[in-house]
Design a protein around this ligand. Sequence first.
Ligand code: AKG
Length: 256
Amino acid sequence: MESVRPCGCKGIRTCLICEKEYSISKPNLAAELQEDFLSDEEAHSLINDLDSLPWEISQSGRRKQNYGPKCNFKKRRLRLGSFDGFPKTTRFVQEKFAKVPLLENFQTVEQCSLEYNSERGASIDPHIDDCWIWGERIVTVNIIEDSVLSMIPYRNLKKRYNLDYVSTQKLLDGDESLGEEPKFEDIVVRIPMPERSLIVLYGAARYSWEHAVLREDINSRRVCLAYRELTTPYLPNGSQSQEATEILEKATKFWI
Ligand SMILES: O=C(O)CCC(=O)C(=O)O
């Protein structure tokens, strides 16, 4: 591919014509980003309301506020634990999901506030969110401070993160390339996450790429909300649905 192709591309440069002609694959990242998902006022009041709730210390310099069921990812065991719904002050964020077509029927079962502080060198290592219990759409609402999501192709497919469970699920696009080794090496895709934006990872971005937030991309205090839904077997009419009935009922509640 070092010679100039009839379309004019050469080497790693491609266009739709030569990608089709020579079956050249390009990174297929299914992610949707919506800027200004929150208004300035909404972001401001949200951060004040979150700060009036207790924060817990977490790993890699982060702090968190976790509202959701207890999950044992290794044993694939789900328990209600102390989950009793979500803070009322955050209700409007979940209500705004109804206006996002990709989030049709998204029922939040875990809402996690994450704080990254530059003074602590906070970050999150490359990972794929668990695939046994968390459904296809991983949603993040970035509240304060612009940041970047770094995406890295995942090479040991199916050995970690309960990726083998993906085959039991009904996916959005029925993407056949999921589960194949990514064809790209030494590549990092950097997705900007402006403050007040919404990002949804799904398909290949969810299952074939790890995501991370690098310390270098945290310049002051960043706070976001991460939202997760259940996998289809745990949803109504799914094979495991009885295990999640009470959790789904609590997940409709917002407390004061
Ligand atoms: O902070 C972010 O934007 C990503 C959070 C994340 O990857 C996670 O909660 O699993």
